[in-house]
Write a protein that binds this ligand. Structure first.
Ligand SMILES: [Zn+2]
Length: 116
């Protein structure tokens, strides 16, 4: 076990590594209940997503929606682990896209509908 300075985000398994990503059930809960993946509280606007440059280019993020402040906290922690590999975007809304049966990657994605 490594010591962590901050509490694991709401959508992450508390016992798992931050880089292992959020728990699928929690991601869906955040999407459908519109709660923050960082703190678990209801989302307002703007909505922030944390992801990689590739996810931004595809407009398809895998981490759940977050408050801007919660996203900034997560980004700082990820950047400490993998400097320069992560970024955050802000949007007024998003589409929750479930994977197709044929998709190799069965994780749902989030598509911000207009970046701020
Ligand atoms: Zn939050």
């Amino acid at each position: 076990m490594t010591t962590v300075s901050a509490r694991q985000p709401f959508a992450w398994d508390p016992a798992a590594d931050l880089l292992s990503g959020p728990v699928g059930k929690r991601v869906t809960q955040c999407a459908l209940s519109r709660v923050c993946g960082g703190c678990g509280e209801p989302l307002g606007r703007p909505i922030a997503f944390v992801g990689t440059p590739l996810e931004r280019d595809r407009n398809a993020f895998h981490f759940p929606p977050m408050h801007a402040g919660c996203a900034a906290d997560l980004l700082a922690r990820l950047d400490a682990l993998e400097p320069g590999s992560w970024l955050s975007v802000q949007t007024a809304g998003f589409e929750f896209v479930r994977a197709n049966r044929e998709d190799l990657d069965r994780r749902p994605t989030f598509e911000p509908n207009s970046l701020l």
